[in-house]
Design a protein around this ligand. Structure first.
Ligand SMILES: [Zn+2]
Length: 115
């Protein structure tokens, strides 16, 4: 069994509750919010902050025909190279329906271990 304290930045694992891919260092799953470990202080992982949050609402643009949507998430590096592109969800909006979409980037850092 691998110790959490040995987790390198960007090591991933599967949440045992919702099966999403999450950071190995996460103490709470960002997808389902279940607690995963109770020793985040001991592992040297700082609490996450949320420096980016975007939210928008899409209203049905046509009164008669339903329209389909795809939620595509891209992550690019400093050179504009795509690191990841995923279709997060697809669906249909019917007349008078509304969908709200939000993107949240949570950031945490590995503190240097106390000597
Ligand atoms: Zn989860």
């Amino acid at each position: 069994m691998t110790s959490v304290s040995s987790a390198l930045p960007s090591e991933a694992r599967i949440c045992p509750h919702c099966k999403e891919t999450i950071l190995k260092s996460a103490s709470v799953c960002p997808a389902c919010h279940h607690y995963l470990q109770f020793d985040a202080v001991r592992t040297g992982v700082s609490p996450s902050i949320c420096p980016l949050r975007i939210e928008g609402t899409l209203r049905h643009p046509d009164r008669e025909k339903p329209c389909e949507y795809s939620v595509v998430l891209e992550v690019c590096d400093e050179g504009g190279e795509v690191i990841s592109r995923r279709v997060m969800n697809v669906g249909t909006i019917h007349a008078a329906e509304v969908r709200t979409f939000s993107v949240r980037v949570e950031v945490s850092s590995h503190d240097k271990p106390a000597v």
